[in-house]
Design a protein around this ligand. Structure first.
Ligand SMILES: NC(=O)C1=CN([C@@H]2O[C@H](COP(=O)(O)OP(=O)(O)OC[C@H]3O[C@@H](n4cnc5c(N)ncnc54)[C@H](OP(=O)(O)O)[C@@H]3O)[C@@H](O)[C@H]2O)C=CC1
Ligand SMILES: O=C(O)[C@@H]1CCC=N1
Length: 288
């Protein structure tokens, strides 16, 4: 596990422009690891005061949706994390651009939104970071891809890395690979949850009580991931060790193969990447 720093690593305000699931996952992870004091986190949304009240009471963060407070927070924060849905990003970036000074860092978690489009919509070559985290950041087990615009200096680079390293693993990658990474780790938790849903349902249909089926499934997924991590063995090698010749596992794998499981997962990852590119293209059109 990560060691909790005695002195918070981040000693400036961070504004989350968007206060939904992904923003909360990052905030929860950062606060749990004590990398920043909760009073330095400001969360903004468009309309939901109940949501801001919930975040304030859960994490002790500040939350605003009144226009003047929002503008003031955006004008003055050294770091702004863009965390709204892609459909809301163009308008938000157009609002943000004229408010910023050149030293403010904008970090996006928005799927598909490229560095070029971000800077175009901001209207200036602001230092920007394109990231793709996942919701496991909320328990410190996130996996985040990061790409930097050339305007990002060493200190800002470190700031962005501090945020995401505090909530899990980070991978600095070429921006061109961000959609593929989205297909693996950004959306990946959903594929695993889907597999778990099916395993739990199978247990119930086979007569196990829901709770037992759930617990057994969770432990199986956790154990399998830890085995790959801790033994350093390849998943294929570990799979072989479970699969006795002509045994029950082999019979199960044959069913998965008949459903073209391996290629189906690859197609899902590819489609996810393609969809991210489509969302990125829709945002790029907003430039014209
Ligand atoms: N969920 C995930 O697993 C992951 C999501 N992402 C990315 O994170 C982003 C957010 O996703 P998610 O957290 O799921 O979305 P949510 O719908 O949960 O949250 C979106 C938030 O943005 C706010 N918002 C929208 N427009 C504005 C605006 N103009 N000003 C201020 N706040 C605004 C909404 O406020 P209100 O409710 O008041 O309208 C809401 O708080 C997406 O772009 C997605 O691609 C990236 C990786 C993983
Ligand atoms: O589904 C989405 O668009 C976002 C991006 C990665 C995970 N969720």
């Amino acid at each position: 596990m990560c060691q909790q720093p005695a002195i918070p690593l981040i000693n400036h305000n961070i504004v989350f422009y968007g206060a939904g699931s992904m923003a909360e996952a990052i905030v929860r992870g950062m606060i749990a690891r004590n990398v920043v004091e909760s009073g330095r986190i400001i969360m903004l949304n468009r309309s939901s005061s109940e949501r801001l009240a919930e975040l304030r009471s859960r994490y002790g963060v500040l939350g605003y949706n009144a226009p003047e407070s929002k503008l003031e927070a955006l004008r003055t924060a050294p770091v702004i994390v863009l965390a709204m849905k892609p459909k809301d990003a163009a308008e938000a970036l157009r609002t943000l651009g004229p408010l910023l000074s050149p030293d403010q860092l904008v970090i996006s978690v928005i799927a598909g939104l490229t560095i070029r489009t971000m800077q175009g919509l901001l209207g200036n070559p602001q230092p920007v970071v394109r990231s793709m985290p996942n919701t496991s950041s909320s328990i410190g087990l996130g996996a985040t891809g990061i790409a930097f615009s050339k305007e990002v200096g060493e200190e800002s680079r470190r700031t962005a890395l501090n945020i995401f390293e505090a909530v899990g693993l980070t991978a600095v990658i070429d921006e061109e690979r961000m959609e593929t990474l989205t297909g693996i780790s950004g959306s990946g938790p959903a594929y695993i949850y889907y597999m778990m849903e099916a395993m739990i349902a199978a247990g119930i249909r086979g007569g196990l009580p829901l709770e037992q089926s759930r617990e057994l499934t969770v432990q199986t997924v956790l154990g399998a991931a830890r085995m790959v991590q801790q033994t350093g063995e390849e998943p294929a090698a570990l799979r072989k060790k479970v699969t006795s010749p002509n045994g029950s596992t082999q019979a199960a794998i044959e069913v998965l193969e008949r459903g073209d499981f391996f290629e189906t997962v690859i197609s899902a990852v590819n489609r996810c990447a393609e969809r991210s590119r489509e969302m990125g293209s829709a945002l790029e059109k907003e430039l014209h």
